[in-house]
Design a protein around this ligand. Structure first.
Ligand code: ASP
Length: 443
């Protein structure tokens, strides 16, 4: 049986195991189709409220989880030699996955030429709505390029914490965790405290997952009801290009990476994380999905040492799905405006997409905002942008849901590969036995 078939079967099995979430998803799509936003604003408002409340509840545990996970992860790894090994492997695999993503995205965008069919097709309503927002964002990026990078260094880590700025937080926590490890025995009580925080946040995640079905239902229904099917026809080629690139990444690149760099059977990993995949789709947020990604991976035998180091960093920095969308979106805009796509320009777009995607936060919509960074990098003017940008926003939420699936899955793929390479993967759990059974047997 081909590996793609196996992955599909694995996903179906995973869906069966998490049937309630899947039913929530399907009912959400149907509700969204039958209650479009323009005709039923009240229904939309209620759905949006419930969905947003669900996202907020999950977000509530994300900060304590990321901080405690990184501290435990680094202190578990212990000596600096091992840390360098883990760290460099992580950067290597995340790098390979993202480079492949932008290569595929570039190829698809050049072959399908989505921008040509969109020339002159602009939805005036949405355009006016987005106009101010986009030009402000771009103006800000342009004027503050150096400041943006400077802001990544947290002058006041508590301020960064209060503002939920992920990259500065990660930079601080990583340095702090390495220092704790170096400090030796004296840091033990603090590390234990973070172990307790981690355990408690995972418990809260378990509870939150009881709300997953209604939460995913409301989120999906609200976004589908907002789509506007007519608009879809105008940018169908752009959507097709993105979906094609994401599918190639999901069904070819991930299984290949697992096959080449590890002994992990792709379908086992996909089945293990199917719950996280559905939540990623519903929430369009890798950060919000992180608690569940960790639970799924640990349950299936990837050690806490690997999960707590690789997954939180991945949820913030590894955004290959986002890189795909950004590459295609910028090529789409270039084609729309008749800009000559020389090999040098294409390479620049791809390179900037790698940077821009990894500076995108794991929250809904972040990837479309950081596209401004790429456009600035290749010298496009805000005036040119505004018109095309409004088109990109038309189906944004749906595409965000799809790219977040890739963002989350690739984190798990890299975690599995590193766990395999470093003997941190319990194959018995991955290949079948549940954690409970194995714990019972150990007892
Ligand atoms: N929503 C994406 C994520 O959370 C980020 C993006 O907007 O591309 O992974």
């Amino acid at each position: 049986m081909g590996v793609h078939m196996q992955v599909i079967i694995a996903l179906l099995l995973g869906i069966k195991r998490n049937g309630h979430i899947f039913i929530g998803l399907l009912l959400g799509i149907l509700t969204g189709v039958f209650f479009p936003h323009e005709s039923y604003p009240n229904v939309y408002n209620i759905l949006n409220f419930i969905g947003q409340a669900f996202i907020n509840i999950i977000q509530m545990v994300v900060l304590p989880l990321i901080i405690s996970a990184i501290i435990i992860g680094i202190s578990n790894i212990g000596d600096s030699k091992q840390l360098t090994k883990f760290g460099s492997k992580m950067i290597l695999y995340y790098g390979i996955i993202t480079v492949l993503a932008v290569t595929i995205a570039t190829a698809v965008a050049i072959i399908l030429e989505p921008g040509l069919s969109a020339k002159g097709l602009i939805n005036p309503d949405i355009m006016t709505h987005i106009q101010t927002y986009v030009s402000d964002a771009i103006q800000y990026q342009k004027e503050n390029m150096t400041q943006i990078f400077m802001d990544l260094i947290p002058r006041n880590p508590f301020l960064a914490l209060a503002q939920g700025k992920m990259i500065p937080i990660i930079i601080f926590v990583t340095i702090f965790a390495i220092a704790l490890t170096k400090a030796g025995e004296i840091s033990r009580p603090l590390v234990s405290l973070f172990e307790s925080i981690f355990a408690a946040t995972m418990k809260v995640t378990d509870w939150i997952m009881y709300l997953a079905a209604p939460g995913i239902f409301a989120l999906t229904a609200a976004s589908v009801s907002n789509f506007g099917i007519d608009v879809f026809q105008n940018i169908s080629k752009y959507v097709i290009a993105i979906v094609a690139a994401l599918l190639i990444q999901f069904f070819i690149v991930y299984p290949l990476m697992l096959k080449i760099f590890s002994k992990v059977p792709p379908f086992k990993l996909f089945a293990a994380i199917s719950e996280a995949i559905m939540v990623a789709f519903g929430t369009a947020s890798s950060s919000a999905t992180l608690p569940l990604t960790i639970t799924c991976c640990e349950k299936k035998g990837i050690s806490n040492k690997v999960c707590s180091f690789v997954l939180p960093l991945g949820a913030t920095l590894n955004m290959d799905g986002t890189a795909i969308i950004q590459t295609i979106a910028v090529i789409f805009l270039a084609q729309m405006y008749g800009i000559a796509l020389t090999p040098l320009l294409i390479a620049e777009i791809a390179f900037l997409a790698i940077i821009a995607s990894s500076t995108s936060a794991g929250i809904p919509g972040a990837g479309l905002i950081t596209i401004a960074l790429i456009l600035n990098g290749i010298g496009l003017t805000p005036e040119q942008l505004v018109v095309g940008f409004s088109l990109l926003f038309t189906l944004e939420r749906f595409l965000d849901m799809l790219r977040t699936i890739c963002n989350v899955t690739s984190d798990a793929v890299v975690a599995a590969i590193i766990a395999d390479n470093e003997n941190e993967l319990n194959y018995e759990l991955l290949l079948g036995k549940s954690l409970e059974t194995s714990e019972k047997q150990e007892a």
